[in-house]
Write a protein that binds this ligand. Structure first.
Ligand SMILES: [Zn+2]
Length: 114
């Protein structure tokens, strides 16, 4: 049985949360805007213009897989430690997610668009 992952457009409260994250990212030297994010409740949020981007969906699903691998709480700790050590771009979880293949990810997870 594939695990069901919800895909939702980034709007409302989530959009505001992302705006704050972008602002914090800007001050810590990250540039660009956030177009997708993965939540701990098996939902991925994607900016409406990118809802059909297979590359972005594969990226976010890889983060779900990473959470499944380590457990959600432990993964969040590991991710933040990586962030402090290596920054965003060279964070090993981001490097792995950037290499994610859509067809591989879709074998493991079933997308539910709501
Ligand atoms: Zn990522």
């Amino acid at each position: 049985m594939k695990k069901v992952i919800k895909i939702k457009p980034m709007k409302g409260v989530i959009a505001w949360y992302i705006k704050v994250k972008e602002l914090l990212g800007f001050f810590s030297g990250a540039k660009g805007s956030i177009i997708g994010c993965t939540s701990a409740w098996d939902t991925i949020y994607i900016k409406e213009a990118h809802m059909r981007s297979k590359k972005l969906i594969a990226h976010e699903l890889k983060h779900i897989e990473q959470m499944d691998r380590h457990g959600k709480i432990k993964f969040m700790f590991l991710y933040v430690i990586e962030l402090f050590r290596n920054g965003y771009k060279n964070n090993k979880y981001e490097v792995e997610a950037r290499g994610a293949n859509y067809n591989d990810m879709i074998k493991k997870y079933k997308l539910q668009r709501t």
